[in-house]
Design a binder for this molecule. Sequence first.
Ligand code: PGA
Ligand code: ZN
Length: 424
Amino acid sequence: MSKINSIRAIQALDSRGVPTVATKISLENGISSSAMVPSGASTGSKEALELRDGGTEYSGKSVENAVSNVNTVIAQALKGFDINNQSDIDHKMIEIDATSDKSNLGANAILSVSLASAHLAANYQEMNLHDYFNKSFNEITGLNIDQSLPMPMLNILNGGEHADNNVDIQEFMIIPKGSSSIKQALQWSSEIYWKLKQILKDKGLSTSVGDEGGFAPNLKSNEEAIQFILTAIEACNLKPGEDISLALDCAASEFYKDGKYNLRGENRILDNIEFTNYLSELIQKYPIISIEDGMDEMDYSGWNNLTKQIGKDCQLVGDDLFVTNKKILKEGISKGLANSILIKFNQIGTLTETYQTIKVADENNYKSIISHRSGETEDTTLSDLAVGLGSGQIKTGAPCRSDRVAKYNRLLWIENSCPDIKIG
Ligand code: PGA
Ligand code: ZN
């Protein structure tokens, strides 16, 4: 009864109107579940390959080949597999793909099946998805992690590749760390978000939003973005540093050119020592507790220096640096790079490998932050993943745009339904 009967994929659209893979799996007993995959814009160069068709349709971004791989090769290979065995399903796809970056079948094809399998296993076992993730994670990794609700990191001002403004730092986030529930965290965050809109409007600045729902005005400097956010927090009668802390995602690989950090919005070109000092000054001046991709993904000496200089005072998150890859994470840890990892399941392509990467992080006291991509869908799998794996933190955009809010709303439902699962 728990055997896979059929797997069917279609080409759907993501939040940028770009094609993505949606997959539905059915069991012999007739029940079925589906999932969709996200897509990045400021991608790390070592991510698993997202298979796109090229040519002219959708400017080369269609995913009909990935869809076809699900409907033919993967569907045939997995027919009859037990849905309760996530690891077997994922390993079979890794085996038939037979490349190190999933470039044969496409990480988008493989991940859509991996995620839909988890949904269907939970469905079959009549479990909440987060409970199923907790069970399968502990089984596969041998760890014994308790579930918890993650503290949200909300990206309320967008720059870099996610917006058409002149701001170089990609993400300015608020962390409502003084809140004791998702409900309160989201109320505070939305109120700050609205206040920020008013402040920008009063200054005659744009209040149109970027890919992750944050505002995307043209500003004089990165610091000006931080100051507007602090003004918005205080205008809500909340205390910066106590109720609300700040986080940045520099996505520094996007402005690293010829060995230098090129802050075009501020007309400054800095080497890695100078850029470390720049970030160090920011954390001394403002309540910033987390910086992601503060250095280019290949600038290991810069990363090492940054970690030595501010790693004790600040969470330093490797996104493009580690690309959710266990091997790359291990190498980075041995080189003394960062102290935390961003987890994006489409960077690696299966749930089982995502679990294994989190296990390596856990064993080395690196924090794991579960994250969306800038191209998202209505799929909310990552909210359940963050709860089930007790990761403690989730990053999924502004309290704006349904593709972002869907994830927060899922957390609200989990909090409301499971009073024994607490934040933090
Ligand atoms: P991406 O951005 O999905 O465009 O890679 C998100 C991030 O850098 O964290
Ligand atoms: Zn990032």
